[in-house]
Design a protein around this ligand. Structure first.
Ligand code: F0G
Length: 469
């Protein structure tokens, strides 16, 4: 691919791949110091805080020109334009050459209306941005295409991550695509088989460690100091750059009219940080006239950010021993907590927690919309209901829920819920009976027409109001 050259012909400009010379740098989110390169742990050598990527060329972009360029690329067939991440490359760190780019056509995810939840909550403009429709079924792909590209450019043979499942599936796929080997560290018995099986199929060296996610991440930090592996956790700031594109694409889908609220699940807190960074950059460039409020929802049993804000005013991390059936966000010691606190404060967002019962109900409700998601994503709808009750969200406002993972990511949770044994033997067993109206258990019948017709009639009688309007 030829490097982009200055040309006065606008048509020529459009058809050029336009990967510009690398102008990005690393900035410490704590002391603000700027460097050209980052150490393996992506932390500031002065104060130890996390690094983020910054690029002075971003601010000089013309917002109107960017909007039409990005829209036009949706009609083009160039590899970079087909990616819903690289389509926005003017606001991403630029690799040296298109040859380094590792892409699986990520992004380009749908923005759905949620008619049933709209009716139930009274919020008429309620949408779900479904990142579970990415190539490996989660939002991680948007970040992984960028980080894997820079790993390949740097010549790494091995990439590695600690994961609750989705990062490992995504990393393994992008490593395979980019001709690199991948090392996965996951907590034994605490991630869904569906995610684990993806890593195996994509050829990762998969280690199930007898610890939790936080233990896996700690071990990875030591490993990258001792072995020539490149870490692809969301501490890696290239990941967050790719994840910014969720916000660019969302705003494009809303014709650049910002929603009042964007609500995301919070685990290791990389995604909320990335979306917040994108919103702030878009405001600064003039792509949007005002900031949406970015709110983060956690499971009650993995509520480190909630406690960090309530008990320590966001000044120091309050870690927890995490426990939740939403295993994707079973994280007690989130790495990007300071980045998340900053964007919550900058956008005026809220941070809430929801119970296991609330998560299960919300997941079933999102399923009943014909969309579905994994449990961790459902915290957004459960959290929205709370924020509405508290008056933080108003019915006349526009709300976007970010669904982070596909329904097929955790079939065990879904089957147990519908069969009625998700909460068996837990303290919520009795209370979970109120979720019975949301269950659709399979029925086993003799293979006769009579039996099927009888079952059909019973179903019609028990739910006569169910209609397709
Ligand atoms: N939703 C899903 C489906 C996830 O997989 C994760 C994180 C989150 C939400 C939380 O995002 O960490 O950026 O705050 N999963 C990671 C993993 C930790 O290893 O797959 P976050």
């Amino acid at each position: 691919m030829p490097p982009s050259s200055a040309t006065s012909d606008p048509d020529q400009q459009r058809s050029q791949p336009t990967l510009s010379q690398a102008t990005f740098r690393f900035r410490c989110i704590g002391c603000g110091s700027i460097t050209d390169s980052a150490a393996q742990d992506f932390r500031c050598s002065d104060c130890g805080n996390l690094l983020e990527i910054t690029d002075s060329s971003w601010n000089s972009r013309n917002p109107t020109a960017l909007k039409s360029l990005w829209r036009e690329r949706r009609t083009l067939n160039e590899s970079l334009d087909l990616s819903g991440v690289w389509r926005f490359r003017e606001l991403l760190p630029a690799p040296q050459s298109e040859e380094h780019v590792v892409t699986l056509r990520e992004g380009n995810t749908p923005l759905y209306e949620l008619p049933q939840s709209s009716r139930a909550t009274g919020i008429t403009r309620l949408y779900a941005k479904h990142q579970g429709m990415n190539p490996t079924g989660s939002f991680k792909d948007a970040g992984m295409t960028v980080a894997a590209t820079f790993a390949r450019q740097a010549g790494y043979r091995w990439v590695a991550c600690a994961s609750t499942g989705n990062t490992s599936a995504s990393m393994a796929a992008y490593a395979a695509r980019g001709g690199m080997r991948s090392l996965v560290l996951v907590p034994e018995g605490k991630i869904s088989w569906s995610k684990l099986s993806q890593a195996l199929d994509y050829g990762a060296l998969t280690c199930q460690l007898r610890t939790d996610f936080d233990g896996c991440l700690r071990l990875l930090q030591e490993l990258v100091r001792r072995a020539p592996v490149y870490q692809l956790n969301s501490i890696n700031p290239f990941r967050l750059e790719g994840q910014k594109t969720l916000a660019f694409e969302l705003l494009e889908q809303l014709e650049w009219d910002p929603p009042d609220h964007i609500i995301v699940p919070g685990g290791n807190l990389g995604n909320s940080s990335a979306i917040g960074k994108a919103l702030l950059e878009m405001l600064e460039i003039g792509l949007i006239p005002r900031l949406p409020k970015l709110s983060v929802i956690q499971a009650e049993g993995a509520n480190a950010l909630v406690r960090t804000l309530r008990e320590a005013g966001g000044k120091r991390l309050v870690s927890v021993q995490a426990e939740t059936r939403a295993t994707a966000i079973r994280i007690g010691n989130p790495a990007s907590w300071e980045k998340a606190v900053k964007v919550l404060q900058a956008t005026g967002g809220a941070c809430e927690q929801v119970s296991e019962l609330e998560i299960a109900q919300a997941k079933a409700e999102i399923g009943a919309e014909g969309i579905g998601c994994e449990p961790a994503s459902a915290v957004t709808l459960a959290g929205l209901k709370k924020l509405l009750l508290q008056g933080f969200v108003k019915r006349e406002e526009t709300v976007v829920l970010v669904l982070t993972g596909n329904l097929l990511k955790d079939p065990d949770f879904t089957m147990e819920f519908h069969r009625g044994n998700l909460f068996q033997g837990t303290a919520q067993e009795q209370a979970s009976e109120k979720l019975n109206p949301f269950r659709h258990p399979p029925v086993v019948l003799d293979a006769t027409l009579d039996a099927v017709i009888k079952t059909l009639e019973q179903a019609e009688k028990s739910d006569p109001a169910h209609s397709n309007v």
